[in-house]
Structure formats: C-alpha cells, structure tokens
Design a protein around this ligand. Structure first.
Ligand SMILES: [Ca+2]
Ligand SMILES: [Ca+2]
Length: 199
C-alpha cells in the first residue's frame, strides 16, 4: 500500500518545470488520484490566483476534486514532479492556491484541503473550509524543508475533499516553487564567481 516515493539515483540538481502553467497545459506535471479520489476537471485557465492581492491574471492549473464514493476516505489528486533533493540543503517552498464556489444559490462544506508534499511528508496544509455561494478564497502557502537523504522525491501538492465531486466547486493552483534557500544560492553564485575569476 505504501509506495516508495523517494529514490536515490544519480545526483542532478533540478527545479520544478512549468510551475506557473505558462505553457497553457499540465506538461511537466504528473497528476494522479488518491485513494477514493478523482477530479472532473484538469485544465489551464486564465485566473487571478490571489484575488485582491498584487498578482495579476495569468494561466493557472484548474481542478475539481472530490471523493469517488461517499463512504470512503477524503479523496482528490496529487500533482507532483520528481526532483533530486540534496541532504542538508534547506529548500524554500511556496504555492498560490485558491478555490471558488461557482453557484449563486448553494454553498459547499469543503472547498478542499491543499497540502504541500515531499515524498510521504506533508510540509504544510491549507484547509479552505466552508464556502458560501459565489465565494472565492485565496492562500499563499510557504515554508522551508531540509531533506535528510539524497535522492529523487515527488514534490508538489495534494488536494482532497471530504465530499463527492461538486461540478460548481473549483480549485486553482499557480506558482508552485521548491528551490534551495537564498543562502544556498549565494554559495552556488560565489562558486560561479570563483570559477570566472580563475579565467
Ligand atoms: Ca501562472
Ligand atoms: Ca490579484
């Protein structure tokens, strides 16, 4: 039942590709259902991912997740990419998240639980909660994580709900980021300068 989600192989630095969905599709991403999970929508739309916040409209990932059967566990999808992580390096992660209840008369009891995941670890959770009719909610998720072993891990988001799919309830994701902290970048940059100076 528990898959091997982190695999040690040849060392190679990597970053998430198409993290802002600017290709207009889900290229680069693996989208897979959780136990008792599904999505009726998997497309890319133009959307203001932070509403009244400073970001403008852009292309974003659009889903409509929920359970397959009412009696089973919370369900939805995972959207991930396999990244090579280096033990002891501090990585900063972030993502812009939103949900929208597109119905003028009905609300919904659960807009979705959004989790930032690395392998089988959950780094941060946003439970978007109860939605009134035509309600939008926005959240910027961020934090840091230091892996303890080298190897490839599936990095990304898990989005699940407590209820069956509702065709009126939409989840949006954009700007998914998982990069070495600036201190690590600075060391890399200094290394690059040292190489240049030797020339
Ligand atoms: Ca975007
Ligand atoms: Ca905005």
């Amino acid at each position: 039942m528990i898959a091997v989600l982190c695999v040690a192989t040849a060392a190679q630095a990597e970053m998430l590709t198409n993290a802002g969905f600017e290709t207009g599709d889900w290229s680069g991403w693996t989208v897979r259902t959780t136990e008792n999970g599904m999505t009726t929508v998997q497309d890319v739309v133009t959307y203001d991912i932070d509403g009244p916040g400073p970001l403008g409209e852009s292309l974003v990932g659009h889903l409509d997740v929920g359970k397959v059967t009412a009696g089973g566990p919370n369900g939805g999808v995972e959207v991930v990419q396999a990244l090579y992580l280096t033990a002891g390096t501090e990585y900063a992660f972030s993502a812009n998240l939103s949900a929208f209840m597109n119905d003028e008369h009905w609300g919904n009891g659960d807009g979705g639980h959004f989790e930032f995941i690395v392998g089988d670890k959950v780094l941060e959770t946003w439970s978007s909660g109860v939605f009134n009719p035509m309600a939008y909610k926005y959240y910027e998720m961020s934090g840091s994580y230091t892996p303890t072993v080298d190897g490839y891990c599936d990095v990304g988001l898990r989005i699940t709900r407590e209820f069956l799919v509702s065709t009126y309830l939409n989840q949006y994701i954009d700007n998914v980021s998982f990069v070495p902290e600036p201190a690590s970048f600075a060391l890399l940059a200094l290394g690059g300068l040292a190489v240049l100076r030797r020339r």
